[in-house]
Design a protein around this ligand. Structure first.
Ligand SMILES: Nc1nc2c(c(=O)[nH]1)N[C@H]1C(S)=C(S)[C@@H](COP(=O)(O)O)O[C@H]1N2
Ligand SMILES: [Mo]
Length: 484
């Protein structure tokens, strides 16, 4: 019993040290054991569970998947360490267990992640932790019992591995460029967006401060722009590849473009706007000689893929800068697709391949039951409620209708019986941009229901039909009860 407990402690400590060691070299990348296992978990988790994680749990779901993968990585390395302890015990050698554990973590780690150096350091860390107990056994420090010395030695070694490995891994994880914006056109447009943003306390400006992120994996790919190419394959006469230099020397434009995730809740926050530097997809499609082929499968470095009709792709864009800086790693560095007016998922990040198809095929989310490549649903969000002086109430949010555009937002403060026009932010240039709205009124002094609805550019009133996100995206008017 005593020995089993000591073995378990030693193996879990070795597992933790192994993961810390691998992290020190790999950082939070797909080749870090936890990133690899998280990606594997995402692939084998049934679609309904993933849908629940996205639509109900949201960012918590993502956190849980990372924590789950972290626990799994520790358990994996710990079980290898336990096996090593058993082997060492069988041949009555204290030297063997650390060596076997180090070799096993190195071997299994390399096999799973394809990263020998990170696995080597992880193996060494795990081995050192197993060596700590027999070493502590021999250091005689008077009062402390041998069992206690072994325990303290083991825990101390694991803590040291984490203490050293964690900061090293953080430093290894690439950071986005955050330099000054130097392009005068970009600066002018960003200033315009700032000036046009409504001065409402707590309301996100027209260019989002924090752009939401949705990924199939916990650890995002890291791609050097110099190594990146976009290959055009499939039903074309001659496949070819476009390099980053070729892409960025095409004539570019600055466009404001809003994205919204099909999996967000009705009044959720997975809707944001940025200024993107883009080139059109058409020259690439023309070079591929695409004419009557039906569709394109956009494929990405993280294993994501989405299918889209060729005809609609003709309005598609490839973006390589965001708000005047190189595309951040989390948003698809170095190049992503932008398809104006369509749900977020078709805006494939880390795009590496355009496969031309003769026949329709299903994309990653469509295989899991979603219909998320079409035009976005119209929405008016209510994110801000401010109590102003003199019993005034201010409500505000963003309205978005993709390329159909927003011409008005109407607010009801009596549950939908009467409606008034909200103030709208001046439109930003661009075919697919949200607007802000704000509305002030005297508090009725009692509980009342605020309802918001958007009016599209052609006068169409946002659909009142209530629907949850799965499978076609959320629909309906946002309502909020206020206590007078
Ligand atoms: N390669 C890749 N592209 C992707 C995704 C992904 O997981 N992998 N997620 C999609 C989804 S569901 C959305 S809503 C948008 C979100 O883009 P953002 O993370 O830049 O906000 O990216 C889309 N493109
Ligand atoms: Mo999405």
């Amino acid at each position: 019993m005593q020995r089993l407990r000591s073995w378990l402690l030693q193996s879990v400590a070795a597992g933790i040290a192994g993961v810390a060691g691998a992290y020190a070299v790999a950082g939070f990348m797909p080749a870090f054991i936890t990133g690899t296992l998280a990606a594997y978990l995402a692939r084998v988790t049934p679609g309904v569970v993933v849908t629940f994680a996205i639509t109900v749990l949201g960012d918590l779901g993502k956190l849980l998947s990372v924590v789950g993968a972290l626990v799994l990585s520790v358990l994996l390395f710990a079980s290898l360490a336990l096996l090593a302890l058993a082997i060492g015990d069988a041949v009555r050698s204290t030297v063997l267990a650390p060596v076997v554990a180090a070799a096993a973590v190195f071997g299994v780690g390399t096999l799973l992640t394809g990263a020998p150096l990170a696995s080597l350091v992880g193996g060494a860390a795990a081995g050192l932790v197993l060596a700590a107990a027999p070493i502590a056994d021999r250091v005689d420090v008077g009062e402390v019992s041998p069992a206690r010395r072994r325990t303290l030695g083991t825990i101390g070694a694991a803590l040291a591995a984490v203490g050293i490995g964690y900061p090293l891994g953080v430093a290894r994880t690439p950071r986005d460029e955050n330099g000054e914006v130097t392009d005068p056109e970009v600066s002018a447009l960003l200033r315009e967006a700032g000036d046009k943003s409504l001065a409402v306390e707590g309301l996100e400006p027209l260019v989002s401060d924090e752009f939401y992120q949705v990924d199939i994996n916990a650890a995002d790919p890291t791609i050097d722009a110099d190594d990146w190419t976009l290959s055009v394959t499939g039903a074309v006469e001659t496949p070819f590849a476009v390099t980053y230099d070729e892409l960025t020397s095409m004539e570019s434009r600055e466009v404001f473009n809003t994205l919204r995730c099909v999996g967000e809740s009705l009044n959720g926050t997975k809707m944001d706007n940025a200024l993107w530097t883009v080139v059109p997809m058409t020259p690439i499609l023309e070079r591929a000689g695409v004419d009557d082929q039906c569709c394109v499968m956009l494929r990405a470095a993280d294993g994501f893929y989405e299918e889209f009709p060729v005809a609609a792709l003709k309005r598609g864009l490839l973006a390589y800068r965001m708000n005047g800086r190189p595309l951040p790693r989390g948003h698809g560095h170095p190049v992503r697709a932008l398809i104006p007016g369509h749900w977020g998922e078709i805006n494939v990040k880390w795009a590496t391949e355009m496969e031309i198809l003769d026949r329709p095929a299903e994309g990653y989310w469509e295989m899991r039951g979603w219909h998320g490549t079409g035009p976005v649903n119209t929405v008016a969000k209510l994110h801000v409620t401010n109590r102003l002086e003199g019993n005034r109430i201010q409500v505000a949010g963003h309205a978005y209708a993709g390329t159909r555009g927003i011409s008005a937002v109407e607010v009801s403060t009596d549950g939908g019986r009467t409606w008034s026009d909200a103030t709208l932010s001046e439109p930003l240039p661009g075919a697919d941009v949200w607007r802000q709205w704000a509305y002030e009124y005297d508090s009725p002094g009692e509980r009342h229901e605020v309802v918001v609805r958007a009016i599209e550019a052609d006068g169409t009133v946002q659909s009142a039909e209530q629907a949850g996100p799965f499978p076609n995206g959320p629909s309906g008017w946002v309502r909020r009860e206020l206590q007078g």
